[in-house]
Design a protein around this ligand. Sequence first.
Ligand code: DGL
Length: 264
Amino acid sequence: MDNRPIGFLDSGVGGLTVVRELMRQLPHEEIVYIGDSARAPYGPRPAEQIREYTWELVQFLVTKNVKMIVFACNTATAVAWEEVKAKLDIPVLGVILPGASSAIKASKSGKIGVLGTAMTIQSDIYREKIQALSPDTEVTSLACPKFVPLVESNNYQSSLAKKVVYETLRSLKGSVDTVVLGCTHYPLLRPIIQNVLGQDVTLIDSGAECARDISVLLNYFEINHSRTGNQPQHFFYTTASPAAFREIAENWLGKDIQVEHVTL
Ligand code: DGL
């Protein structure tokens, strides 16, 4: 048993899609979340800068005495997960492997689409991980650089969002039966994405898949929360405006939360 919190990091509000799933699957676990909205999006930034920012987020979470760190960000996972995992003595989990294996399981045609930030797509990590497990699978990757700003600005249900998603994804329509939402911000756009791609396409939420792996790791290391019966206390931090973060977070999580500003 270990009652310390689980640490989550993301460039902004995207990691909340992992948090919502974790709260559903493991309601006793406590959460410390840091979103770097002041410097989002990470996707178009050079790898060296993403690595530097990610280490700052990791160090912040370490000061909060977390028992595990979840990279609730595909871009940070693509760039820095391996090296952070190698250096820390607590478990560090990324979102890419769980998403890749779920997509293989879901696809009947062996044709998978991957949506992600410029850096995630440029790294080609999803293709690599999918084809390492299933060499005959065809992977079509598409960078969607306009999606994250729509979510960070709380415009993810707007008519602009519908237009942008349609224009970005229409070339993919009909060519794949499974699509990985390879950025944790994208599940907020899920209804629009599903509408554009068609109801027969299976969407894989890489973050939600990751929540199951968190559960497996907690069991493996025997570090589950002891379920004291008290309501779990969660802490959310943002490098930008707490009010803007809270609005998106409370809407998405369906509960009131406390958000503090932090300077890294
Ligand atoms: N939510 C992130 C991801 O999963 C990063 C988005 C961004 O800042 O570009 O890739």
